[in-house]
Design a protein around this ligand. Sequence first.
Ligand SMILES: [Zn+2]
Length: 479
Amino acid sequence: MIIGLLLALQLGTPPIYDRVILGGHVMDPASTLDAVRNIGLSGGRIAVITTHAIRGRDTIDARGGGLVVAPGFIDLHAHGQTAETYRFYALDGVTTALELELGTSDVAAWYRERSAGERINYGVSIGHIKVRMAVMHDSGTRMPVGDGAYRAASPAQIGEIANRIEIGLREGAVSIGAGFPYTPAATRDELLALFRVAAKTKTPIHVHIRPGVAGLKEALALADETHAPLHVVHINSAGLAETPAMLELISDARAHGRDVTTEAYPYDAGMTEMQSATIQDVYKNAPDERLAELEWPVTGERLNRESFERYSRIGGPVVVHTNTEQMVAVALTSPLTIIASDAYWQNGTGHPRTTGTFARVLGRYVREGLRSPSPNGRGGQGVRLSLMDAIRKMTLMPAQRLEARVPAMRQKGRLRVGADADITIFDPASVLDRSTYRERSRPPVGIQHVIVNGVSVVANGQAVEGVAPGKAVRAVQAP
Ligand SMILES: [Zn+2]
């Protein structure tokens, strides 16, 4: 195909591209291109970006409607990794969805299960939580509920955990995942063992830290001591009211040359597994007014002692109302944060962030600009992101976080000749999420076209059925 194109160029005959996107408002944070262009795609890559007229076998007309053509969105924190959730993500503009926090304990098997291709690109971490569940023989399915959470590992078991993490990395895991509140019995020695593997292999470790400034300081100290690259997941829910102080700590660490990054999602309630240590440890002796922070998503009811006990026996996802819109806005508008959904979906239900994260940022934070009181109480300051900054947080920044370990990410998150043809085309005037805590599976509006490796997976706002152009995002395997 490329040879054919070169020949056509030499002969002076205009090439016919696989697909062309005509007259869109092209926005590329890496080059800062912000202008109307035509884009030609061939062989799954971007072949040309030009002001000249071009032709293709297939045409997406982005003229007139003011459509923005951006690199496909990259989600570093997507728990759902099924056909159902890949479809949700595509409708939200996501072309690469990675499960890097919880991860898996068997990297080779995880990629093998998806090797026939998926709707969008996919990838996984080797997860400390999952590995610990295997080594400690925990009976939980998704999260540890027994020894995986509550029993200290012996030195031999710590050695086995570290060994399995190294195996996962050799099998091409994108990163190392960890969640300290889910494994409360893991000692500092055990966590240090993880961080040493991360440092030795120059692999970012994506950590769900313990709450607040103290939790962040713990993770920063582990990274400091070992020189491991650290990525702090969902700073909004880890930080709550302490989010501003924590962003400052990360900013400081970066100014001192530390490789620390972070991410946020645009919702003021979280969600996790009812039976996990994060819920049970905090709420098992809590008074009713505290239990009312919890919402059972199936019915929308707030919990009390009786319903807490009942649903704890059943298990399943629970909504946690502990943050404020103001803190979410602080997290999202910080130049430090990558947008990542923490998409959570299980047995047909989950958090609306699964279906609406990216459209919500573009609609509510870029176009509308949330008006929220300032932290010092003077109030009235609008919180708005520029469109280019929002796109950077969804594309270039997540690609850059991973590219030292996964060189293939250098071909993603950018619109330039030779880059992967992962492209999201949306209407900035109408883009908006529609999912709510009660109705969680409604697709957004305004995400018009989504292209993965040159193939349309969303066309005219509708999912294209029967396509699986998504490929594995995987680290180069060590020799
Ligand atoms: Zn988490």
